[in-house]
Design a binder for this molecule. Structure first.
Ligand code: FMN
Length: 358
């Protein structure tokens, strides 16, 4: 079933963009884990629309109300259910779309798949808004991982072809604490200009988010279908608008020789086997090798744009034109950074709670 994911941490997402609410059920959490709700709220707030000139005007508090599985500030270990009420819906913007599907969105495929019975308002269950409960579930998983010394972080790696610098400068503010999460703020300004330019041209741009997990121990994961790559990819490709996922140096590895690409083992402090490089992104044979897990995902440009585009009219069955009204971000990437962090946290907690190899 497509709305459920996981072997050990099982999550189930529900809701539609303009329905009563959206939410998540998280099953398999360890009992008695004290959650820092302020920290969770700070994380989920990063996904909410920004205050940039080009940000979507839809303002939602996105505050999850926990219905079950949480008592006296701690997880019960029973299913934790949370709901986020939709408050700022404006379905009139979408009235046209029942007849005229948005190019690049799920209006046509959703209609065929659900025989026209799905709620199309605001993208319904296909909306990027459904990533709000996913982000909440991931914030819980992040805290549990943190208690085992595993830190997850992500940054905007690229927008409209403008790349962030590869690594943080010592002592610099981590991207997670910034409104625009990049390492290099000057590059960040150029990215914001590119988004703004696309917005004023009634268009949109895409980009890449890069995520890291530091401190993930060696020996977790499985070969083949249970590989960490397979599980992360399955979760990342579930995030709407993700069109590519790569680990370590990813596709770049195919252009290198084995002698350049191999991460040679090396003895490190404490008699631990480490690697000289981390081209594999911390995973060998589907199993963690103790190096930082590094994964990137590519987001396409937002499909809903105000520029006029070709589509069809399903009432008259003729070719037609469409200019998408409504409130959309001209670039999904900045808001997707905490979503990606959360998605990685859910997968890694799921893996960590499974059987250990070796
Ligand atoms: C955080 C987030 C926000 C999004 N906001 C929008 C949006 O405002 N307009 C839009 O057309 N798509 C938006 N999307 C992407 C669509 O939901 C997605 O393109 C659509 O469901 C079709 O799925 P696909 O692109 O994976 O094929 C958003 C995605 C995410 C992750």
């Amino acid at each position: 079933m497509s709305s459920m994911w996981g072997d050990n941490i099982k999550i189930s997402l529900f809701g539609e963009s303009h329905g009563q609410g959206i939410g998540v059920v998280v099953d398999g959490l360890p009992p008695g884990f004290e959650l820092d709700m302020k920290k969770i709220a700070a994380h989920t707030k990063r996904r909410a629309p920004g205050d940039f000139a080009w940000s979507t005007r839809r303002k939602e508090a996105d505050e999850p109300e926990i219905l079950s599985g949480f008592f006296n500030g701690k997880t019960c270990g029973t299913p934790l259910a949370a709901v986020i009420r939709n408050t700022d819906t404006r379905s009139i913007d979408y009235a046209d779309l029942t007849a005229k599907p948005r190019p690049g969105h799920a209006d046509i495929t959703g209609r065929i798949r659900y025989k026209g019975a799905n709620d199309p308002r605001g993208g319904g269950h296909f909306s990027g808004r459904i990533t709000a409960p996913l982000t909440f579930a991931g914030a819980i998983c992040m805290q549990i991982l943190e208690s085992s010394g595993i830190e997850i972080s992500a940054h905007i790696c690229e927008i409209a072809g403008i790349t962030d610098s590869g690594a943080p400068t010592p002592g610099a503010t981590p991207p997670s604490k910034k409104t625009f999460p990049v390492y290099d703020d000057e590059r960040g300004v150029l990215m914001q200009k590119a988004i703004e330019e696309a917005f004023f041209k009634t268009d949109s741009v895409g980009g890449v988010v890069e995520a890291f997990a530091h401190g993930f121990p060696a020996g977790y994961g499985d070969p083949f279908f249970g590989s960490i790559e397979s599980r992360v990819a399955s979760m990342f490709f579930s995030i709407p608008a993700v069109k590519g996922v790569e680990f370590g140096i990813g596709f770049e590895a195919s252009r290198h020789r084995g002698s350049e690409n191999n991460d040679s083992p090396v003895m490190a402090e404490g008699n631990v086997v480490s690697r000289k490089t981390n081209n594999a992104g911390g995973i060998e044979g589907g199993i963690s090798n103790g190096m930082p897990i590094v994964v990137r995902c590519a987001f396409k440009p937002t499909s809903s744009i105000a520029a006029e585009q070709d589509t069809v009219n399903l009432n008259t069955m003729t070719n037609d034109k469409l200019s998408v009204r409504g409130r959309h971000d001209p670039c999904i990437v900045p808001r997707a950074v905490p979503v990606v962090e959360s998605a990685l946290a859910i997968v890694l907690l799921d893996v960590l709670m499974g059987p250990r190899l070796g």
